[in-house]
Ligand binder design. Sequence first.
Ligand code: ATP
Ligand code: MG
Length: 469
Amino acid sequence: MIKKLIRKILGTKSKAERDTSAPVVLGPDAHGIDPRLLSNNAVRVTSTLQEAGFEAFVVGGAVRDLLLGVKPKDFDIATNATPEQVRKLFRRAFIIGKRFQIVHVMFGQDLLEVTTFRGTSSDNAPKDEHGRVLRDNTFGSQAEDAARRDFTINAMYYNPANQQVLDYHGGIADIRAKMLRIIGQPETRYREDPVRMLRVVRFAAKLKFDIEPHTGAPIKVMAPLINNVPAARIFDEMLKLLMSGHALACLQQLRTQGLHHGLLPLLDVVLEQPLGAKFVTLALDSTDARIHAGKTASPGFLFASLLWHQVLEKWEAYRASGEQTIPALHLAADDVLESQTEKLALQRKIGSDMRDIWAMQPRFERRVGKAPYKLLEHLRFRAGYDFLLLRCASGEIDAEIGEWWTAFYEGDEAEREQLITAASQPASSGGAKRKRGPRRGGRNRSGKGGEGAEGGSNAVGDGSHGEHD
Ligand code: ATP
Ligand code: MG
């Protein structure tokens, strides 16, 4: 009551009372965005639309990143022009999308997404039996568009022409407080689109923001709704999560929020085994490092890593039941890929990359005759080799085998011949004859496990598997 009175006198509003139909407008001095972080093409699109008499703004993640002083990786544009009106204004523009129509505007390799302000009337939109919105193309005002966005920090509009930021939901304050807050009633928003729960995880981990308590509270209970989302969409979001440059933090958040059950169901098991945890951690660290260095990372390599310890387990089980090493590995790979594709629509190309990487592993053990040369010619050798180094670094296999392959890979003709000769000698002279297949348990036979494991990022090489895609 007293608080209300004070607010009345001061003219301030509580979050619940804030009028979200009109934005708070901030000029350059108040928001501090550096216009040099803006892409020329983003300005080109907004100004073309504005010159044609429409409203146009940079919106969403790009505004959030600009406010954080980070160069946005892509720019989304929001406008009151319809998709058809947008398309006509640009030479290379394509209307795409089923659930929501958007326009892709291309300048060379650069792609900008232009969306028409969306209306809030999702009450009438077709939904599935759990309340998930299936299709919704109603256009609306900017205020309605803002209310449909996921988080307060993702619902701001920047007009490059006058350098103003329009903030409808207290996004600026939340950016400053490093707070991830969903717009509207959290339960309703997650029901409409359960993927928003994954987005909470991704943004919290990536931006190192706290999750506002009401935003986080329903997630554990509502997590099973994820099962109801088409697998392809889950896959896209998982990929964004894993390629965010903060993959490990994201997976930890997924576990904390209880969201991983439907996604990578065996992740718990993997992360609870010391070797599995070490392996996954190394793989994700090397992916994060690549992303931070501005390199690409290969989804096939990443998923092959995440699921490797499941493959190992099944591989061993098949061998124990009498299968030969190689067929046993293929059967294990089939099982794992099959069980994952239900939840996570792994695209065929990614699935086949994963299989290649796994299937190559026993071939690294054959260091006689022409076999190593043949393997070197494998189209995906580099990915298989990087994967081998991860296995060494995690302590799963002897570090020696990785060192041998590094020397072989980098060596000249004479050095390679020497390496093969040395590897063909009895075990005492170089440990060439070792048990095929995976070695379970924490220590490795030569006692070099610690050393291998410490090898960390060095042992993982430069991880250039992505470049061979
Ligand atoms: P990133 O930097 O990772 O691309 P982003 O915020 O730009 O982050 P996008 O997935 O590119 O994320 O989405 C662009 C914008 O669209 C978001 O900022 C948000 O405003 C809106 N948006 C995206 N997905 C949803 C969703 N599931 N529900 C509501 N709004 C969404
Ligand atoms: Mg984006």
